[in-house]
Ligand binder design. Structure first.
Ligand SMILES: *[C@@H]1O[C@H](CO)[C@@H](O)[C@H](O)[C@H]1NC(C)=O
Ligand SMILES: *[C@@H]1O[C@H](CO)[C@@H](O)[C@H](O)[C@H]1NC(C)=O
Ligand SMILES: *[C@@H]1O[C@H](CO)[C@@H](O)[C@H](O)[C@H]1NC(C)=O
Ligand SMILES: *[C@@H]1O[C@H](CO)[C@@H](O)[C@H](O)[C@H]1NC(C)=O
Length: 458
């Protein structure tokens, strides 16, 4: 391909106007754990190795954590999954933060076969900035990599990610870590709390991505997303109904100041939708419904993305939106909000996870008209909010996780006792200070000596 045709292709894929808006995060750390060499992904991002780098975990790797390389990597798989950093005792990655605010944290896990270590048996907690973000206490094996994404508010000048192996497995690992400043509008300070009033401060919570769906469209990969996200098609969550259809729009998405930005949702997400169309003299009496299995006992942020890519003129589309069966938006009039067709808008709701299923429904309202579009949805995101233990994964707080590692009293502990200890810990500054002392005294052990050097560096 000649350089002019490459340039042409580039301009075609990225119109100049969108280039000028490309987001450049002040903090942007991409770490290929257990590797000494940088790797480049298909989305052109460079992941730096963490061996002999400023960002290697502490205590220093030579005394503790080992790096492990997959001897038989799956051909064509991403290079970040060919190595892992393995921990046999707690270890911390400390990322200097230049701009306070929300940061995107992505953890990549892909247990590969190793002659000496059973990565798929690893059991551990991950702590981020004092939140328990991950508790892997049962062994699971997925053939595909697991990518966990979090939004974490950082007020300090560093973000500490701590891997704490469970006493049983004495094994934790990670393949890659991303820490990226989020744009200011990604997590607002308030959202409607569906039960009553407003929920705040939303942005000071830790959030974990549970579902990110592009409605009616094809998968959107990090290559095509302004924040390197993945949006999967909604088909598995959608209950088909009469009068609903998928739509793809080839025109331009008109981002507007005050509306959704390209970082909130990229063009490739807003240019597809499902809609309800009235084809005769009556308004269809149906809802489009999506259902999301969730873990009960947490609050969730439900973000709904709308962009009227279907109407033939302004002022024709009115519809209702229900979250968990409750009317969330009545007579939604996108024309009034955006004053333009094909201009994106999003709305956030905080809801209770309740009985383990969240639902979203879109249907005609009393203002809906015949012979036009009577409902639309372009994308849905569902995020879990931390619970009162500052945890996203279980009723155990971060101090307790550290404490049980250093005292070894985890097994057999009563659930209620765990809860009580967590409450006491979070209430008592004095006890907390002492715990910080014990955290510093956390000791490090080498891997068992019977490991051969095969596949284990360091
Ligand atoms: C990016 O989006 C374009 C156009 O929507 C699509 O043709 C292409 O396959 C996508 N690339 C990747 C890597 O997802
Ligand atoms: C409009 O079409 C739907 C099915 O698509 C049908 O159920 C309904 O009776 C029709 N209404 C009129 C007024 O023809
Ligand atoms: C649409 O869903 C809402 C909320 O669950 C419900 O109140 C309404 O009756 C539904 N409409 C239809 C036509 O099923
Ligand atoms: C989430 O954690 C913060 C403290 O880090 C706490 O103030 C807040 O109440 C927690 N959220 C919930 C819903 O309990």
């Amino acid at each position: 391909m000649s350089s002019t045709s490459i340039l042409f292709l580039f301009l075609f894929l990225f119109p100049l106007s969108s280039l000028s808006h490309l987001f450049s995060p002040p903090d942007n750390y991409l770490i290929n754990c257990g590797s000494s060499a940088p790797s480049t992904l298909v989305d052109y991002r460079h992941f730096a190795g963490d061996i002999s780098s400023a960002l290697s975990p502490s205590p220093s790797p030579s005394h503790s954590a080992v790096s492990l390389a997959d001897q038989n990597p799956v051909p064509g798989s991403s290079p970040i999954y060919h190595t892992a950093r393995v921990f046999t005792s707690p270890a911390t990655y400390s990322f200097p933060i230049s701009h306070q605010g929300t940061h995107i944290l992505r953890l990549h896990f892909h247990p590969f076969h190793s002659p000496n270590l059973r990565l798929s048996q690893a059991q551990f907690h991950v702590l981020a900035n004092g939140y328990v973000v991950f508790s892997r206490l049962q062994t699971l094996y997925h053939p595909n990599p697991t990518i966990l994404e979090y939004l974490i508010w950082v007020e300090a000048d560093k973000l500490d990610i701590v891997f704490v192996p469970n006493k049983h497995s004495k094994l934790a690992f990670v393949n890659a870590i991303e820490v990226i400043s989020a744009p200011k509008d990604l997590v607002p300070p308030t959202a409607h709390y569906l039960t009553s009033g407003n929920f705040e401060p939303l942005n000071k919570h830790a959030l974990q991505l549970v579902y990110r769906l592009t409605v009616g469209g094809v998968k959107v990969t990090p290559f095509n997303d302004s924040l390197w996200r993945t949006w999967i098609p909604d088909d598995d969550f959608f209950t088909p109904t009469v009068a609903s259809e998928k739509l793809y729009f080839g025109g331009r998405i008109k981002y507007r100041f005050g509306g959704a930005s390209r970082e909130v949702g990229p063009d490739n997400v807003y240019n597809s939708a499902r809609l309800i169309r009235s084809k005769n003299d009556s308004v269809p009496n149906v809802n489009m419904t999506w259902q999301f299995p969730v873990v009960g006992g947490y609050k969730y942020l439900v973000r709904l993305h709308f962009c009227d890519i279907a109407s033939i003129s302004l002022g024709l589309l009115y519809f209702n939106v229900y979250v968990n069966g409750q009317l969330a938006l009545e007579d939604l009039d996108l024309s009034y909000i955006t004053n333009s067709l094909a201009s994106p808008f999003y709305s956030d709701f905080v809801v209770d996870g309740g009985d383990g299923v969240l639902s979203v429904a879109v249907g005609p309202s009393k203002r809906s008209m015949a012979h036009v579009i009577d409902g639309i949805l372009n994308a849905v995101e569902v995020m879990k909010l931390n619970n009162s233990y500052s945890s996203l994964d279980g009723d155990v707080c971060a101090d307790f996780v550290i404490k049980t590692w250093s005292t070894g009293k985890y097994t057999g502990m009563l659930f209620s006792l765990v809860a009580a200890v967590c409450i006491v810990l979070s209430l008592s500054i004095v006890i907390r200070r002492r715990l910080i002392g014990s955290r510093e005294s956390v000791s490090w052990s080498r891997l068992p000596v019977n490991l051969s050097d095969n596949g284990v560096k360091n």
